[in-house]
Design a protein around this ligand. Structure first.
Ligand SMILES: C[S@@+](CC[C@H](N)C(=O)[O-])C[C@H]1O[C@@H](n2cnc3c(N)ncnc32)[C@H](O)[C@@H]1O
Length: 363
């Protein structure tokens, strides 16, 4: 697939096309008119990853077109990058060119930024990193005002911390989120806030308790928790669970129980399957679940999780893949109707669209 062209002049038309496709694909399922949440046309991406291309004594940021994978496309800048990344990119390139220690055998850089203005830069090498690298990296960290991580095979050097603190306002609350290097975080910060706001609006009158699968670092969990009596949140990745526990504490959320479990295991436990040691102390029968919240990977929900979902009054489903969302909504059509829909443009200038559905059990 060729690299996208980031031209704000085409933004509205491209979003309209994606929306038309979404509506057409879901029309047979009785899709209500979706609420549409657009992105900033530039500087919307909180994560960016580039190869570094060495030539003639300098290094440049490079991307590759899958149709011509041997030919690097050198980048002066990257218009989608969030402001902290966009500001750091030219300064990092100059610092790499000026320092043999930082430049030698580096092949990749990964940026992570927050709406709160923090920045993390992971430098990835084809060589072992020693104390000289660390000294040079400390100077770089001070110059960029960033957290710097050095990586090579079997090695990870963290100068200060390997996480950022995201902070923003949502519906009158100030929310705080630890985001750990290498763990999942939503790529488009402002659109993520809009997703959280939409999810809260859909859940406002649900009452009862919430079961959440695929909760990541607690992005939705923390935002939704005050609307429910109790919340049981589950996630597979160890580092995301660590961040979620931090975030529960940092936000003073006292009604959330967090368990590291795959959706398949949780569905099995809920269906009365085998006993899980990680569920010790969690009395599943004590919950009064009104709502299931899911935000799965692109593959969507597995059959056991679809079967679990069918027993819920409300299913709030955020998806980065309309195809698997459609398959899952179709599988639930016998028990649930689509009561509300939303389109979130997390990925401008690509054909990808993030979608939200509220499914409500048919009477
Ligand atoms: C699209 S992300 C959403 C994370 C979170 N809701 C957020 O907004 O940041 C999907 C999450 O599902 C987790 N995951 C992937 N496969 C899983 C599985 N089989 N069971 C449970 N969690 C899984 C990933 O680690 C990731 O955190």
């Amino acid at each position: 697939m060729p690299l996208p062209i980031f031209d704000p002049a085409h933004y509205d038309a491209q979003l309209a096309d994606k929306l038309a496709r979404f509506k057409a694909d879901f029309a047979p399922l009785g899709l209500p008119e979706p609420q549409v949440f657009s992105s900033e046309p530039l500087h919307y991406r909180m994560r960016a990853e580039f190869r570094l291309w060495h030539h003639g004594g300098r290094v440049d940021y490079a991307m590759f077109d899958a149709d011509n994978p041997k030919q690097p496309i050198l980048l002066d800048d990257f218009p989608p990058a969030a402001a902290p990344i966009a500001r750091a990119m030219p300064r990092l390139r100059e610092a790499l060119i000026a320092s043999e220690e930082l430049k030698r055998r580096i092949f990749q850089v990964e940026f992570l930024a927050t709406l709160s203005g923090e920045l993390m830069v992971s430098l990835v090498y084809h060589r072992k990193l020693g104390p000289e690298w660390e000294t040079a990296a400390r100077e770089l960290a001070a110059a960029l005002g960033a957290q710097i991580i050095g990586r090579s095979r079997g090695q990870k050097i963290v100068l200060e911390r390997d996480w950022l603190l995201e902070e923003f306002e949502l519906d009158g609350r100030r929310l705080r989120y630890q985001q750990i290097e290498g763990s999942f975080t939503q790529p488009n910060g402002e659109v993520n806030r809009k997703m959280l706001g939409w999810a809260r609006a859909q859940a406002a009158d649900a009452g009862g308790d919430l079961l959440e699968l695929y909760c990541g670092n607690g992005n939705f969990t923390i935002a939704l928790a005050p609307l429910f009596g109790r919340v049981l949140a589950t996630e597979l990745s160890k580092s995301s669970v660590r961040a979620a526990l931090y975030n529960i504490e940092a936000n003073g959320a006292d009604n959330i129980t967090m368990v590291r479990m795959s959706s398949e295991e949780l569905s099995d436990a809920m269906a009365g399957g085998r006993e899980y040691r990680r569920m010790q102390g969690v009395d599943l029968t004590g919950y009064r679940f009104s709502t299931l919240f899911v935000d799965p990977p692109r593959s969507g929900l597995d059959p056991a999780t679809v079967a679990l979902a069918a027993g819920f009054e409300h299913i709030l489903y955020i998806s980065c893949n309309p195809q698997t969302l459609r398959d899952n909504a179709e599988a639930l059509a016998a028990t649930h109707r689509i009561a509300a829909a939303a389109a979130f443009d997390q990925f401008p200038y690509t054909h990808h669209l993030e979608c939200g559905l509220l499914l409500v059990r048919q009477r």
